[in-house]
Design a binder for this molecule. Structure first.
Ligand SMILES: Cc1cc2nc3c(=O)[nH]c(=O)nc-3n(C[C@H](O)[C@H](O)[C@H](O)COP(=O)(O)O)c2cc1C
Length: 329
């Protein structure tokens, strides 16, 4: 399966595992890349740039194939030494970086000087156009369905992917709501060159989170997410639980960030993954939970997606198009 994305980024399949705080560790990124996709280690999950260097080395023990690093640039309570993380990335010989959260421009010269390709993830056509103009090598366009930060425009993938394609001439992958071969074919049909998945990869054997959280994702439906921080214009899509519902309630009643700070604290979120208690805090998950019914290995997941996409294109769709030709004849 060759697309402009696989060609530009040197991977076998146009399937990316997006950056995931607390989840995007070496075992997951390594397994995705080893299976022919593009795995990404999440830089800021590592407490220091030195820890990131060690995490990259751990992933190299899992795969010789290319994997990348996600660098998320969002407002944080504690300042992040981005410059040091950038140096750790290039010093470790990484050649692909996923940027997300804000304009990648301040990072472009450094990464390109060090032969690093930049895949910028964003949630609007205007941000994609801006990223293309500042020279990124690929766009990952993230629809409203997605886990994490969907932005404030609320445009779902069905519109966003096609609208972005009209403006984007560099390789572009579609993100948000993808879990299977049907999604991959749909993304390609809408003009994307591949897909990015978060929640689906979170629910795999190699994903380094507690089994009970994976089982919760399998049980959850497409209705089981909440949009927190809407009133603060920093929306985040997370799994629905007592904590996220309470956060939404307080903010909707006029509360400020300080009023929910304890509820949304990262330390509570980490406990969800470590102790396997889906009610312990806030954890990101997308509407695509409704399409996730099992916990496969990354290799099984990727080969299944590719086989399913192949079958849809070569059997179902070609039969439909063939039938149309017969009717016309
Ligand atoms: C648990 C989790 C944590 C995430 N953390 C980040 C992050 O730190 N940085 C980032 O750019 N995206 C993050 N995302 C978003 C994903 O990279 C991806 O864009 C999103 O999950 C796509 O939507 P999907 O879950 O429907 O596949 C996270 C997603 C999940 C599920």
């Amino acid at each position: 399966m060759r697309t402009p994305f696989t060609e530009a980024f040197g991977v076998e399949y146009p399937i990316v595992q997006g950056g995931m705080q607390w989840v995007g560790r070496a075992e997951l990124a390594g397994a995705v890349s080893e299976a022919g996709g593009l795995g990404l280690i999440t830089a800021l999950t590592q407490p220091t740039p030195e820890d990131l260097t060690k995490e990259i080395a751990r992933a190299r023990e899992i795969t010789d194939k290319p994997f990348g690093v996600n660098l998320t640039i969002l407002p944080t309570i504690k300042p992040v030494p981005y410059d040091e993380y950038r140096h750790a990335i290039v010093d470790a010989g990484i050649t692909i970086v996923e940027t997300a959260g804000s304009n990648p421009a301040p990072h472009m010269d450094f990464f390109h000087e060090h032969n690093v390709k930049v895949l910028h993830k964003c949630t609007s056509v205007r941000h994609a156009v801006k990223a293309q103009a500042v020279g990124v090598d690929g766009i990952s366009i993230d629809g409203f369905e997605c886990a994490g930060h969907p932005g404030e425009d609320d445009v779902p993938g069905l519109i966003l992917i096609a609208a972005a394609r009209k403006e984007i001439s560099i390789p572009m992958i579609a993100s948000g709501g993808f879990a299977d071969g049907r999604g991959l074919v749909a993304a390609l049909a809408l003009g994307a060159d591949g897909i990015n998945m978060g929640t689906r990869f979170m629910c795999t054997v190699e994903s380094p989170i507690h089994e009970k959280v994976k089982q919760q994702i399998v049980e959850n439906s497409e209705l089981d997410t909440e949009l927190i921080f809407r009133t603060l214009r920093n929306t985040s899509r997370v799994a629905s639980n007592e904590v996220s519902r309470e956060t939404v309630r307080i903010l909707n009643e006029g509360g400020k960030f300080e009023d929910v700070q304890q509820l949304v604290a990262g330390v509570r979120g980490v406990k969800v993954y470590e102790n396997g208690d889906p009610e312990a805090g806030i954890w990101s998950a997308g509407q695509v939970q409704g399409l996730i019914d099992d916990i496969p290995t990354c290799a099984d997941l990727i080969s299944r997606i590719v086989a399913e996409a192949d079958e849809i294109v070569n059997e179902r769709l070609s039969a439909l198009v063939g039938a149309g030709e017969q009717v016309q004849a």
